[in-house]
Design a protein around this ligand. Structure first.
Ligand SMILES: Cc1cc2nc3c(=O)[nH]c(=O)nc-3n(C[C@H](O)[C@H](O)[C@H](O)COP(=O)(O)OP(=O)(O)OC[C@H]3O[C@@H](n4cnc5c(N)ncnc54)[C@H](O)[C@@H]3O)c2cc1C
Length: 478
């Protein structure tokens, strides 16, 4: 369960036909920040969410708002040059400032707090290069070599005056007065019309803030993004510090405080490719770092990773001029959702903005680091191999409480063996784009390593771009 729970309101679901200027698909931080800015500019907005506001990735975040998303600017300058890196840095600074201004102007009670952000690594040369890049981009930062910190011995790059907040309280405040329909999954979008099971919205502008665009064509975001899964432990009895920490060495660890609790997160891995005991490893590390701590809650979430480390913000595709997208936050959606809200607000309101260029959703992938492209190609070829070979396991090989892809009557199936001796057979292919699902032993779910869709052990949809509610084929009692 997430530390940042949110009071569920009884919002209606969409029925019948509505008309509006802007229809936003998805009421996470990306959709809500944009809706708020447009609302303040007097635009009529309707927001549709498949479930409830903020429930998906947003309230599972650890909600650090920082202009330093890990090791970032040194590589960025090398890849895109000073001018674009400067525009990127300017936008991140503007987004952080925007949060502070909105909190102040609208008296938003969301535990917003200015704190230093500490980037830690054992690689001192990398820390020094990142600090040099930051200074070139007009940030003030400092470096301390090999310090003892709450996340172990490391060189430390400190960026002052960053922020953290409570994303649930933030959403609750900014949603006041907005027209939001919940339990209203969008199933189809055509030119100026958005359809749910029971209604439709006609809109001049349509914005996809659904975390991972559920439409594959046009846009083809599935070819430009993977998803990474991370875990959050809520810990009590950790000595409190007035900083946010992010240790960029593998496995990545991050720490912030919220009230008397510490939110310890990280141990990320591509969806569908985690080690079986990843959560146990993380719990052991927590105990090693904070011997007195008690683990109060365990949670997990995932985020979209882009090929070049920058989000996709802007037009959804060249062929749909009134469709927009906001996705690919690379695990830093608190700051990027505000960057995105400001950019899309300006585009929808017809305001010229040349600083948005580095985030352009239609940018070429020519500057993509080769290692990222190689990763995508390797994933695809690995999947092909799995298609061509039948698994060796049979259903009787699966112990209770476990699952696996098995061979059953000459075909591959997913099979979960429940504690009460029932076998749940599911399709071994993801309904999204037919990639082979993998069994996630840590969370007992079926995960798609290509695009991050997930189904629970009984084959019911949890999240991701796959639209089918179930992959269950049948169940059988032993
Ligand atoms: C463990 C962890 C820690 C993190 N910590 C930080 C941090 O410290 N700082 C930071 O900046 N970022 C952090 N992040 C990243 C951040 O949480 C995400 O980038 C951000 O929450 C993504 O927001 P979103 O609005 O795009 O997605 P979501 O919150 O997932 O919202 C998308 C919404 O779209 C809806 N939706 C989907 N499909 C449809 C459909 N077809 N029709 C209608 N609605 C639909 C969903 O129901 C959902 O409500 C963290 C991420 C993880 C995993």
């Amino acid at each position: 369960m997430s530390y940042f729970t949110i009071t569920k309101e009884n919002r209606p679901s969409l029925e019948g036909t509505k008309e509006t200027e802007v229809c936003i698909i998805g009421a996470g931080i990306a959709g809500m920040n944009l809706a708020f800015l447009l609302h303040l500019s007097g635009k009529k907005v309707i927001i549709l969410d498949a479930e409830t506001m903020g429930h998906a990735q947003t309230i599972r975040s650890t909600a650090k708002i920082t202009c330093l998303p890990g090791f970032f600017y040194h590589d960025l300058i090398e890849r895109v040059g000073m001018e674009k890196a400067m525009k990127t840095a300017r936008y991140l600074r503007k987004a952080l400032k925007k949060y502070a201004e909105l909190v102040y102007q609208h008296q938003i009670n969301c535990d917003f707090q200015r704190l230093p952000f500490l980037l830690l690594s054992q690689q001192t040369d990398k820390i020094e290069k990142e600090a040099f890049a930051l200074q070139r981009l007009n940030f003030q930062c400092s470096v301390q070599k090999q310090q003892s910190t709450l996340l172990g011995e490391a060189s430390v790059l400190t960026l002052e005056h960053q922020a953290q907040f409570h994303p649930g309280l933030w959403l609750e405040h900014i949603s006041r007065g907005l027209e939001i329909y919940e339990h209203s999954r969008v199933v189809q979008v055509e030119d100026h019309c958005v359809y749910t099971a029971k209604g439709k919205v006609k809109a001049k502008h349509i914005v996809f803030c659904d975390h991972y665009p559920f439409i594959n064509f046009p846009g083809t975001y599935f070819m430009k993004m993977t998803q990474m899964r991370s875990y959050v432990l809520t810990l009590s009895n950790v000595p409190k510090v007035d900083t946010m920490l992010y240790r960029a060495d593998e496995p990545v660890e991050s720490l912030r405080f919220a009230g008397n609790m510490a939110l310890y997160s990280g141990f990320s891995h591509p969806v569908g490719k985690g080690e079986e005991d990843v959560l146990e490893q993380m719990k052991r590390k927590a105990k090693e770092r904070f011997p007195q701590c008690t683990i109060e809650e365990i949670d997990s979430a995932q985020d979209c990773m882009t090929l070049d480390g920058l989000p996709y913000i802007g037009k959804f595709s060249g062929s749909k001029q009134n469709w927009y997208v906001s996705t690919g936050f690379n695990k830093w959606g608190m700051i990027y959702s505000m960057v995105s809200a400001m950019i899309l607000h300006d585009q929808i309101c017809g305001i010229q903005n040349t600083d948005a260029e580095p985030f352009d959703s239609l940018r070429s992938i020519m500057n993509t680091p080769l290692r990222e492209l190689k990763f995508s190609f390797q994933a695809a070829s690995g999947l092909m191999k799995e298609f061509l070979t039948l698994p060796e396991l049979k259903m009787q090989d699966i112990p209770k409480g476990d699952g696996a892809i098995i061979e059953w009557d000459g075909i591959s199936l997913g099979c979960y063996h429940d504690e009460d001796d029932t076998y749940y057979f599911v399709s071994s292919r993801c309904p999204h784009l037919k990639c082979q699902l993998t069994w996630n032993a840590a969370e007992k779910s079926w995960d798609c390593p290509c695009h991050g869709s997930r189904y629970d052990r009984y084959g019911q949809r949890i999240e991701g771009p796959a639209e089918s509610q179930t992959i269950l084929i049948r169940k059988e009692k032993k």
